[in-house]
Write a protein that binds this ligand. Sequence first.
Ligand code: 6GU
Length: 232
Amino acid sequence: MSWHATVLTLFPPMFPGPLGQSLAGRALAAGLWRLEVRDIRDAAKGRHRSVDDTPFGGGAGMVMRPDVLDTAIGSDDGRPLLYLTPRGQPLVQDRVRALAGGPGVRLLCGRYEGVDQRVLDARDAEEVSIGDYVLSGGELPALVLLDACIRLLPGVMGAEASAEEESFSAGLLEYPHYTRPAEWQGRSVPDVLLSGHHAAIAAWRRAQAEQATRLRRPDLWRARVDSAPAGP
Ligand code: 6GU
């Protein structure tokens, strides 16, 4: 069975969206992963099919009803249930790798001010954020999470790319890249890259990756250094 993604959303036409193109789109067509999009409104009852209601305690906006969401989620099948929210734990590559290595994901996309907390607790949902800014719903974050997972599935990328992936596993940013022409608008490519000395190129790239990480992402740099064995 291929990696199985289920998306619960009020906006089914947003899927597969960009994941129908390029790398993920080819993998989808090839059956390397499978996408099931479920309209949350199909689980709503009554003449108005309402999926939300006003918040207890007052305040702005609407809250998605727990009974409707519980019906939409349906039965458990061993795949983790993730709720996309800026309140969640930040998504990191280690988690992406673990999700890609499992049977798939069920992604709950919220709208409005949020969803009733009780359904998240009852269904043991994992709350995930894709960064410290606020989006209008969970659909774009769901697409981001899926893209990050799909590129790691076996057969989706060439073997060269899985080795490349280890750059981030090592907790470093990528080194800079160059291609032809060797001189462009008065700017030349670093000499070492034209030297043909593979060991020197590897050392230069390593140093560039370390410098970029230290300068741009001191948080990542610290995490990497702190995980090194203690000195004498
Ligand atoms: Cl997962 N959802 C929303 N609505 N906004 C976000 C987010 C998620 N992650 C960052 N901002």
